[in-house]
Design a protein around this ligand. Structure first.
Ligand SMILES: Cc1cc2nc3c(=O)[nH]c(=O)nc-3n(C[C@H](O)[C@H](O)[C@H](O)COP(=O)(O)OP(=O)(O)OC[C@H]3O[C@@H](n4cnc5c(N)ncnc54)[C@H](O)[C@@H]3O)c2cc1C
Ligand SMILES: NC(=O)c1ccc[n+]([C@@H]2O[C@H](COP(=O)([O-])OP(=O)(O)OC[C@H]3O[C@@H](n4cnc5c(N)ncnc54)[C@H](OP(=O)(O)O)[C@@H]3O)[C@@H](O)[C@H]2O)c1
Length: 497
């Protein structure tokens, strides 16, 4: 077996919040803001059809009556339609075949089993160290290796690797808002710094590559294994993964990394390079359908079906609207910042944008908005031009690209840039259809909202203000130019005004 070259850190699994903790937080937020009352659970959306006549969407669900709505926001996600590998003989396998995204078994289930893990992306990287101690043996089928980095934001941890917050730190987060904000900002800044390293040929890319290569070499004892596990493509071309425990686990006695293609699956195991390795369980860490084609039928203007339109080439405006699909928004659509920095910040910026456009719709009696096809085409060509300078168009295989190699998943810039673009409210990029023939009819008698409110502040635009210095009046009265200092020794008689 390969030399195991560094000691495992027992804190690794605690560097990030656990899924249970994240779920508890989401539930608490939903409860606090009374979101539950607006949610219908356990309901599959089957179809959404646009009506030009009613300017509404009709939504069919699997277990209830159709729903009509003015605006359809699709938040059905990009990484949940999991994909099994298309392997000859997979259906003949005698044991269980699991997918990492459909993990409904206990650790006990894997105890004493020989396991085959297929894949070497983020899911395999997370799965292997989590089960390595439990299983009798794991064969890890690696067709393409991944760049491995240290835990993200490690510099902020007090020990190498993960950090579990102490009760004292948690108390300080609760009681010292300035400190809490500083900590959050520090982490966000780190993840928002990443873009320069993803520019082809940049010094940041070279430096990141050198660091990761040196780190991986230090963590992988055997030179032959180093050559197989250190990628030859650009860092960031595929998603970077924090995965030092994975590298450690790959070098344990009960783990065998198997490089190359899987030939086929037989009832008793997996064949690669002509060798059958027996397995009781196959874990497919083989990713998702990331084609961006919606999982349910969405029919827009003139009966166009989005799944057909996006068969090979999904194009959206800023990843959130689609020409010909009025009053339709999607979160994390094609070419949004999924790997350009913090995703949470991006999702918030997208949601705020949706709210702003909805407010405009309501306030101005808009029947529908429809992003202009020429604007969408400009967005697409600008995006692809920028991609030529990015490592994402590099020499790797990745789910960021479609079959033709076009980068369909990422924003052409940083997450901060995306935020700035949305905040500019480019409403001119849309065609607006108003409910009334005269677009200003909603003005009515011409009263403002504040006048409708009996307690409204009718001078709300006046704010506390420092009065101008008297010298300004003196200068103005004498016709002096901007930037000319008045003579402080001179006392201007009042009658000069
Ligand atoms: C293993 C894994 C780990 C990840 N870790 C991170 C991380 O650490 N940080 C990060 O930022 N991102 C991470 N991601 C990416 C993650 O997917 C997104 O950040 C996040 O989940 C996006 O949220 P979402 O609401 O858009 O989609 P999702 O969380 O995927 O939610 C979409 C929802 O829509 C539902 N749905 C789909 N189709 C239908 C339909 N037809 N009818 C009704 N409902 C439907 C789905 O069931 C699901 O509940 C990870 C992804 C994976 C797979
Ligand atoms: N903690 C996290 O943040 C986290 C964890 C997991 C996932 N994610 C998110 O989810 C995304 C998807 O990750 P993922 O690992 O599930 O999927 P992925 O990145 O698409 O990786 C799939 C892996 O399966 C391999 N594969 C597919 N079919 C195969 C076959 N027939 N034979 C052999 N190998 C095969 C691929 O090899 P090739 O590369 O050679 O095609 C690849 O190594 C990530 O990029 C990330 O955005 C995040």
């Amino acid at each position: 077996m390969y030399q195991y070259s560094f000691a495992p850190n027992p804190n690794w699994s605690r560097f990030y919040s656990s899924s249970a903790e994240i779920q508890a937080y989401i539930k608490a937020v939903a409860f606090h803001y009374n979101v539950y009352s607006s949610i219908t659970f356990n309901t599959l959306v089957n179809k959404a059809v646009w009506s030009e006549e009613h300017t509404t969407w009709a939504i069919s669900v699997d277990n209830g009556p159709d729903v009509e709505c003015d605006i359809l926001v699709n938040g059905s996600g990009i990484l949940n339609n999991f994909k099994f590998p298309d392997l000859k003989g997979l259906g003949t396998f005698k044991g269980q075949v699991l997918h990492t995204a459909d993990w409904n078994v206990s650790a006990d289930f894997l105890s004493g089993k020989r396991v085959a893990i297929i894949g070497a992306g983020a899911s395999a990287i997370q799965t292997l160290p989590a089960i390595q101690d439990t299983v009798t043996h794991a064969d890890v089928y690696i067709r393409t290796p991944s760049w491995i980095m240290s835990p993200v934001l490690e510099a902020m941890a007090t020990t190498k690797g993960n950090h579990e917050y102490t009760p004292e730190e948690k108390e300080r987060f609760r009681t010292d808002p300035k400190f809490y904000l500083e900590c959050r900002k520090e982490m966000e800044v780190e993840s928002n710094k990443v873009l320069k390293a993803f520019i082809r040929g940049s010094k940041e890319q070279a430096s990141l590559r050198a660091n990761l290569e040196a780190n991986m070499k230090a963590l992988i004892g055997d030179p032959e294994l180093q050559a197989q596990l250190i990628p030859t493509f650009e860092v960031g071309c595929r998603r970077l993964s924090p995965g030092e425990p994975y590298l450690a686990a790959l070098q344990r006695d009960n783990v065998t990394p198997v490089f190359g293609d899987v030939d086929e699956v037989l009832p008793d195991g997996v064949v690669s390079g002509g060798v059958l390795r027996p397995a009781d369980v196959i874990i497919a860490a083989t990713g998702f359908d990331t084609s961006f084609r919606p999982r349910f039928s969405i029919v827009g203007q003139n009966g166009v079906e989005l799944r057909n339109l996006w068969k090979d080439n999904p194009v959206a405006y800023c990843g959130l609207a689609v020409a010909g699909f009025p009053n339709y928004f999607v979160f994390l659509g094609p070419n949004t910042p999924i790997s350009n920095g913090s995703v949470m910040g991006t999702l918030e910026a997208t949601a705020d944008y949706f709210v702003r456009i909805m407010q405009k719709m309501v306030a101005q009696d808009v029947a529908y908005f429809n992003v202009r096809a020429d604007v969408q085409a400009d967005f697409d060509s600008q995006t692809q031009a920028t991609m030529q300078n990015m490592v994402w168009t590099g020499s790797c295989n990745s789910w960021f690209k479609n079959k033709q190699g076009k980068v369909i998943a990422l924003w052409p810039g940083s997450s901060l840039h995306y935020r700035e673009v949305l905040e500019a409210n480019r409403w001119e990029d849309y065609e607006w259809k108003y409910r009334q023939t005269n677009r200003f009819a909603y003005w009515g008698q011409g009263f403002s909202k504040v006048e409708d409110d009996e307690n409204g502040d009718l001078a709300y635009y006046l704010h506390a203000h420092e009065p101008l210095p008297l010298e300004a009046y003196y200068d103005a009265s004498r016709g002096r130019g901007v930037g000319v200092s008045p003579d402080p020794s001179r006392i201007y008689p009042e009658e000069e005004f």
